[in-house]
Ligand binder design. Structure first.
Ligand code: FMN
Length: 122
């Protein structure tokens, strides 16, 4: 599993964090990059919903990868937006991939009671 970690951690204070996430859209440096996904056929992309889509760090991690011929499944956590625009945004970014429309959205507060739901979805 690859984790796209922000180079500079987000503020602990929620309202500052929200502001930071908006500022990072399109420019979100990460600690480590992912360079080669050639060994994988099916790739699961997981992200909290930030501002209606994936976290900006996720875009940094995947935007330059070659997804040709890969199958992508998307899972998110959210607080009301559900999937937001994440599936269409992943389709736009990951050219050549087959991004499945069966994406799963779990409310953040339901995560710990959603193990079987996630297992069934996988
Ligand atoms: C910067 C930021 C932006 C967010 N934007 C949204 C949003 O647009 N829609 C939504 O449903 N939840 C939004 N959230 C809530 C997160 O999706 C939620 O915190 C995350 O999925 C994890 O859930 P948890 O905080 O209960 O662990 C946002 C949270 C943060 C920190």
């Amino acid at each position: 599993m690859f984790k796209a970690e922000p180079l500079v951690p987000y503020a602990k204070d929620y309202s500052t964090c929200i502001k930071e996430a908006k500022e990072r859209i399109g420019n979100a440096p990460i600690k480590k990059t992912l360079e080669d996904i050639s060994a994988y056929e099916v790739i699961y992309i997981m992200s909290p919903i930030y501002w209606g889509t994936y976290a900006p760090e996720l875009e940094t991690a995947i935007k330059d990868l070659d997804f040709s011929g890969k199958t992508i499944r998307v899972i998110t956590t959210h607080e009301g937006s559900g999937l937001g625009s994440v599936v269409s945004d992943v389709k736009r970014l990951c050219k050549g991939a087959n991004v499945l429309d069966d994406a799963l959205a779990i409310r953040g507060s339901d995560v710990y009671s959603s193990k079987s739901k996630i297992e069934n979805w996988i």
